[in-house]
Design a protein around this ligand. Structure first.
Ligand code: C2E
Ligand code: MG
Ligand code: MG
Length: 690
């Protein structure tokens, strides 16, 4: 550091460059008279040689003649500065100070001394002044080079006088961007004119300009790329959060928040324009089962696919949102005067009510749609949604029509059903569901062989509520699993107490097969109650196999493996698919009551029962007819060789306490049946004899 030499003991190295030996002598002499003897001097009378000495380093200051043959002192300075040598150079001249002075300073001279008034004081002052100045300049340059910005000093004539490497680098990048030569002056001019935020070479720069005392300016360009990127990221995150706040993350459909904004604005618009619109409440059928059976992952995939189909059904202003789970809402403008169901509902029905491939499984869910119309069914979002909900529940209960528009009667029914559902829950929880037993008899032996267990609910205010009312409600609200377990346990407990080998038949809902590990449940109930498996029969309907054949078959096999028998209930009413009969080795087929009651009145019923019984014989199933109420029916069934019967003719469902009484009195009916059998045989023998 030259500051040290200025104040310390190390001598300051001076290089004197002059083509005139006399002048060199004179200059050295004057220097030697400088106070403090703090200078050591080297000399050269040839500018190229002097330049070489400078290059080698060690020189602290140069005293250079202005005119050296063909080379001027300004040439010397210009060449040194071009090489990046920033050693202070003081020009000495015999000429009077004036324009040359200015030219020398502009070329980079540190000072200018006239040889005519060159004294040791003048030289000493000029040297110290130049060194101090250069040192200050170097410090400034160091700061400039290390500042974390591109900086340039522009003079009042708009010429860049000083800039740091960062600024030079930017000028190069800018030239690259625009495909022209790097030019500091042009670049500085552009930067002065540019807006506050500038983009160069993929970087974002923030420009600051401040004035200098001599009417120039300092341009400072800060690299704010990272900051801008962070801001962009933040903006993206904010947008994402805003999207999530209004959209469902799984399906990307608008969510409940978005829907509630939309329906309120739709109501406001429709009110002001005097128009109507439909509100659709959509609920996937069997979604819970897909989730329960195949897992939530598959359930999610199903929702994504359904959401896509729902979106694809939308046309024009149609709007669809997912409120949660498998619940969706849609809005469609109603054409003036139209009495039709919304076209969107029909499109959705067609699109969703088909098989849907979810990963490796094929599911058929379908959708139930309830429709409410603004303003007829409500003028607030809440009212409309509740009406559409009621209509949707009505649609859910109908296996064929899946789209229902709201009406008032529906409202009454749904409210009643909901009330009954709540009270049924209490009854099940408190064990207030009773089980009655209806006898089943064998034709051939003419005696009672067992009982069908039938659930009974005696409502404290409404009186007995038939199972045909409360079982579907229990199936709809999920109560059936508890109710079914209660009925099964109670039936097995009671049957285990009978001191004979009578069997008990218990009805099992398809919902139980889907949601409960039935073989495990039956096994534990048998263990708990001590009923031998051979005395238990479960009655299932065909719908079990239609809904999900593989799961149902698996459960039925598991139950059969326990030694429990399985009867196919209500045969003839559902699909009555023959494939059902061969898909599982049922122990028994129950011919539905609706056929039995038409025997003798409807020729077709006669033919169907005859065919069912014949087929059961061929396939090796036992066959039982239910709903047998009179002698004619018995005679027909006997003739057709039906194995067993159940019905009011031999006994109505009775409480468990009445069974022994029934059994005692039923001996008569047993005899009666035997006599029927005997009479029938006599009849046949008579005919043969004739
Ligand atoms: P189901 O299993 O077909 O039961 C036979 C139904 O026919 C019973 O009606 C019974 O009382 C009635 N019935 C029997 N013989 C005659 C007759 O000669 N004439 C007439 N008119 N009816 C007769 P209930 O008890 O009202 O049960 C109706 C349905 O409710 C049952 O049909 C069954 O599907 C269901 N159910 C009853 N209890 C349970 C249960 O514990 N669990 C399940 N999942 N379903 C049950
Ligand atoms: Mg039954
Ligand atoms: Mg039945």
């Amino acid at each position: 550091m030259l500051w040290g030499k200025l104040v310390g003991t190390d001598k300051i190295q001076i290089l004197v460059v002059d083509d005139d030996e006399d002048d060199i002598y004179l200059i050295c002499d004057t220097i030697s008279e400088c106070p403090g003897n703090s200078y050591s001097v080297r000399t050269s009378n040839k500018p190229p040689e002097a330049a070489e000495i400078l290059r080698q380093g060690g020189v602290d200051v140069v005293l250079c003649d202005y005119v050296m043959g063909s080379v001027t002192g300004i040439d010397f300075i210009t060449a040194a500065r071009a090489e990046g040598i920033d050693v202070p150079i003081i020009l000495l001249t015999g000429m009077a100070a004036g324009s040359a002075d200015q030219a020398a300073l502009e070329a980079g001279a540190s000072d200018f001394i006239s040889k005519t008034n060159m004294t040791s004081e003048v030289i000493d002052r000029a040297i110290r002044y130049s060194i101090a100045n250069t040192e200050r300049h170097r410090l400034f340059q160091t700061v400039l080079n290390n500042v974390n910005a591109a900086v340039a000093l522009i003079d009042r004539d708009q010429q860049p006088t000083l800039w740091n490497p960062e600024f030079g680098e930017l000028a190069k990048n800018h030239a690259n961007d625009s495909g022209c030569e790097a030019d500091i002056e042009a670049f500085a001019g552009e930067m002065l004119a540019a807006k506050r935020t500038i983009s160069i070479g993929g970087r974002v720069l923030d420009k600051n300009v401040s004035n200098t005392p001599d009417n120039g300016v300092v341009i400072i360009l800060h690299d704010v790329t990272e900051h801008v990127e962070a801001l962009r990221e933040r903006e993206k995150a904010e947008n994402r959060a805003a999207h999530l706040a209004m959209n469902c993350s799984l399906t990307s459909l608008p969510n409940r928040n978005a829907f509630s904004e939309r329906i309120n604005s739709e109501i406001a618009d429709a009110k002001s324009q005097g128009r109507e619109f439909y509100l659709l409440n959509l609920d996937l059928n069997k979604f819970k089962e897909v989730n329960d059976i195949y897992g939530h992952n598959k359930g999610d995939l199903l929702l994504i696919e359904v959401a896509q189909r729902l979106s694809d059904c939308c046309q024009g202003d149609d709007y669809i949102a997912r409120l949660g789970g498998d619940e969706f809402m849609a809005i469609q403008t109603k054409p003036p005067g139209s009495t039709d169901l919304p076209s969107l509902a029909k499109r959705i029905g067609l699109s969703v009510d088909t098989s849907i491939q979810v990963d490796d499984i094929l599911v058929r869910t379908g959708v139930s749609i309830g429709v409410a119309v603004f303003p007829h069914h409500g003028e607030t979002a809440e009212e409309l949604m509740s009406k559409a909900d009621i209509a949707m529940y009505r649609a859910k209960a109908d296996p064929i029509n899946r789209i229902y528009a709201y009406d008032e009667e529906m409202d009454r029914n749904v409210r009643e059903t909901m009330k009954i559902g709540q009270e049924l829950r209490k009854a099940v929880e408190n064990g207030c569901i009773d089980v009655y037993f209806q006898p089943q008899a064998d034709f051939e032996r003419g005696e009672t062989i067992g009982f069908e267990a039938l659930a009974r609910w005696n409502h404290p205010e409404l009186g007995p509520i038939p199972p045909s009312t409360f079982i579907p409600i229990a199936e709809e609200n999920g109560l059936i699993t508890e109710l079914g377990e209660l009925a099964l346990t109670r039936a097995c407990e009671i049957a285990a107490g009978w001191d004979n080998s009578l069997s008990v038949a218990v009805n099992i809902s398809p919902v139980q097969i889907r949601h409960v590990d039935l073989p495990a449940l039956v096994h534990s109930v048998l263990l708990k109650t001590g009923l031998p498996p051979s005395r238990l029969e479960l009655e299932v309907t065909e719908s079990v196999l239609i809904d999900d054949e593989s799961r149902a078959l698996h459960a039925l096999r598991g139950i059969k493996n326990l030694g429990v028998s399985i009867a196919l209930d209500d045969f003839g009413t559902g699909y009555s698919s023959l494939s059902t009969l061969i898909s599982f080795p049922f122990d028994k087929i129950k011919v539905d009551r609706s056929f039995v009651e038409q025997l003798g009145h409807n020729h077709q019923a006669d033919v169907i029962i005859r065919a069912i019984i014949g087929m059961a014989h061929q396939l090796g199933f036992k066959i039982i007819a239910e709903g047998v109420e009179n002698r004619e029916q018995i005679e027909f069934l006997l003739r057709e060789r039906c194995h067993e019967m159940q019905g009011f003719f031999i006994g109505r469902p009775v409480p468990a306490d009445n069974i022994s009484e029934y059994l005692a009195s039923s001996k008569t009916s047993g005899i009666r049946q035997q006599s029927i059998v005997r009479n029938e045989n006599d009849e046949i023998n008579k005919r043969r004899a004739v």
